[in-house]
Design a binder for this molecule. Structure first.
Ligand code: HEM
Length: 238
C-alpha cells in the first residue's frame, strides 16, 4: 500500500509512523510544518488549470501501471490480479477463474456410474412391478390366434350393435363382460383366460370404458387386431 502515499497530498497522508519509512521526518520542525500546512484550496478552475503552468494537485488515487516481469528485470512480478499480455485482448482478457468446475460425477474414461445408479433407483421407485400371470394350458397367444381365426362366434350378438352407456354397464360379469376401447364395444369374456395380465386386471374395465387403463398399461398392444372377432358394436351417447 505504500504506493498509494506519494500521490496523496501531504496533508492527507497518515501519521509518519504508518507511512513509508523511506522518508522519515528528520525532526520535529518538519513534522510541525507538515501538520500546519494549509490545504491546497481553493482549487483552480478548469480555465485556470488549462492555462496555468502548474498542475493542480490530484486527489485521485491511481494504481501504478503494472510491470511485466522479465528475466532481465530484477523486480518480482506484480501480485496484482491484472491480465497483462501481448494478446489482442490485452487487459480485457478475463481473469483466471478460481472457481472449481463441477465434474458432475463423471469418471475419467468411463460412464457416470453414480448417475446411472440414481436413475435405476428412481425408475424402480416409480415403476410399479407388474408380473405376467401364468396362463392355464391352452390359453397362450397362439391359442388365442387360433381361436379367433376358427370362425367361432366370439361376439355373442347378431351383427354390430349401437350400445348405450346404460346397456354397457349391464355387461359387467366374467360370463358376460363388455368393455369399450376407442369408442368400440368388445365382448371381453372370451379373452379373459388368455389375457397375459390376468383375468382380474381385465375385469376392472368390464361394463365401462377401458381405453385409458389400456393405454396406460400397454399402449403398444394391437387391440383392434386381437379383439376384432369380439367386436359387439359402437358406443353411442344417450
Ligand atoms: C381387452 C383389452 C386388452 C388386451 C387385448 C390386452 C392384451 C394384453 C397383452 C397382449 C399383454 C402382453 C403384453 C406384452 O407381453 O407386452 C397384456 C399384458 C398385460 N395387461 Fe393387458 N390387455 C387388455 C386390457 C388390459 C387392461 C384393461 C389392463 C389393466 C387393467 C391390462 C393389464 C395388463 C397387465 C398388467 C399386463 C401384464 C404384464 C405386462 O405386459 O406388463 N390389460 N395385455
Amino acid at each position: 500500500m505504500s504506493w498509494l502515499v506519494p500521490s496523496l497530498p501531504t496533508w492527507a497522508r497518515a501519521t509518519p509512523a504508518s507511512t513509508s519509512t523511506s522518508n522519515p521526518p528528520s525532526n520535529n520542525e518538519q513534522e510541525e510544518e507538515d501538520i500546519d500546512a494549509p490545504p491546497p484550496f481553493p482549487l483552480l478552475n478548469s480555465h485556470q488549470r488549462s492555462s496555468a503552468p502548474v498542475s493542480a494537485p490530484s486527489f485521485s488515487v491511481a494504481p501504478p501501471s503494472p510491470k511485466k516481469a522479465t528475466n532481465d528485470d530484477d523486480e518480482p512480478p506484480s501480485d496484482l490480479n491484472i491480465a497483462i499480455s501481448d494478446s489482442p485482448l490485452g487487459n480485457m482478457a478475463p481473469p483466471p477463474s478460481t472457481v472449481k468446475k463441477p465434474n458432475f460425477g463423471i469418471q475419467k474414461g468411463g460412464q457416470d456410474s453414480s448417475a446411472v445408479e440414481d436413475m435405476a433407483k428412481k425408475t424402480q421407485m416409480k415403476t410399479k412391478k407388474r408380473s405376467k400371470v401364468a396362463l392355464t394350458p391352452g390359453h397362450s397367444a397362439l391359442d388365442w390366434a387360433r381361436l379367433t381365426s376358427s370362425g367361432e362366434d366370439l361376439r355373442g350378438v347378431q351383427g354390430l350393435q349401437r350400445v348405450t352407456l346404460a346397456e354397457l354397464k349391464e355387461h359387467n360379469t366374467p360370463d358376460d363382460a363388455w368393455s369399450v376401447f376407442n369408442g368400440m364395444v368388445y365382448n371381453i369374456t372370451p379373452y379373459l383366460p388368455f389375457h397375459p395380465g390376468g383375468e382380474d386386471e381385465l375385469m376392472r374395465v368390464a361394463g365401462r370404458d377401458g381405453t385409458k387403463l389400456f393405454m396406460l398399461t400397454h399402449s403398444w398392444v394391437n387391440l383392434d387386431f386381437m379383439l376384432k372377432e369380439c367386436m359387439v358394436g359402437v358406443l353411442v351417447r344417450g
